[in-house]
Design a protein around this ligand. Structure first.
Ligand code: HEM
Length: 242
């Protein structure tokens, strides 16, 4: 990423040829993007890409320890997929972990790693059944957390139920579910994010025993973060498997 940004800065474009990594050119005299701009892109990738994946994995582990039956199914799913693929945590093995995928979907619903979406109103909009008009140009904050925990869209929203996403149940409103955002500014790392979370969970579940270390309670969040961050960490007891 840094190499590509340096190439853009120094040469004015990014080569279409994947084997070209050079960042030097003789034709361009002025730099096309500033160092501040590059730092901004890199920082965004770090926050948007890693904090989100890490917290999705952590919240999943918390919910699994609170729900032993779900934990047992998730472990079985990981063990079966690994056995089918010769014990290797390959991309294909990850794809076969279907139940784990449902768990991640449910975590991303109850704990959207970025709890709000930012937009700007592009034309005047009269809110239905209201005298309020949102004027063109108004910045809008959409609460993903609010949508994802609204029982109109997700029955029993505070309950952790990966099965709600199975083909047979599908008891949720798909248009209200957008953990990676929606439209042209949707997350560009959807697939990488999901794969990273799955790898982390598969490794942890197959290596460690996890137990709850407190009575069931809802996690509280700090307001001092861009991504969804727990106030007092995510309490889980971890011990190596014998
Ligand atoms: C579980 C993991 C992740 C979650 C839940 C997540 C969620 C999101 C959400 C909700 C947005 C805002 C989308 C919108 O406004 O419509 C976003 C944007 C973004 N994400 Fe992710 N993300 C994850 C992983 C990643 C990864 C792995 C990367 C990059 C390596 C990444 C890079 C970005 C970037 C660059 C944006 C800004 C896109 C733009 O404004 O055009 N994300 N992500």
């Amino acid at each position: 990423m840094l190499q590509l940004l340096l190439q853009l800065r120094n040469t004015g474009n990014i080569s279409q040829d994947d084997s070209v990594w050079s960042v030097t050119t003789s034709n361009v005299k002025s730099k096309t993007i500033s160092v501040d701009h590059m730092v901004g892109h890199l920082t965004l990738f770090l926050i948007a890409g890693f904090e989100t994946s890490a917290s999705t994995a952590a919240f999943t582990l918390y919910e699994l320890t609170q729900h032993p039956k779900v934990m047992a199914k998730a472990k079985e799913d990981v063990i079966n997929a690994l056995a089918k693929h010769g014990g290797k945590l390959s991309y294909d093995a990850i794809q076969d972990m279907k139940y784990l995928e449902l768990c991640i979907m449910e975590t991303a619903r109850k704990y959207p790693a970025l709890p709000i979406l930012n937009r700007e109103c592009t034309k005047d909009y009269q809110l239905p059944n209201s005298s309020l008009t949102i004027k063109k140009g108004t910045p809008i904050v959409i609460s993903l957390m609010g949508l994802h925990r609204d029982e109109q869209h997700f029955p029993n929203p505070m309950s952790y139920e990966p099965e709600r996403f199975t083909e047979e149940h599908r008891n949720y409103n798909p248009t209200a579910y957008m953990p990676f955002g929606e439209g042209p500014r949707q997350c560009i790392g959807v697939r990488m994010g999901k794969v990273n979370v799955k790898i982390a969970l598969a490794k942890i579940l197959s290596t460690f025993n996890l137990e709850p270390c407190q009575e069931k309670r809802e996690i509280e969040f700090t307001i001092h973060g861009i991504s969804l961050m727990p106030e007092d960490g995510v309490p889980v007891k971890v011990s190596r498997k014998k």
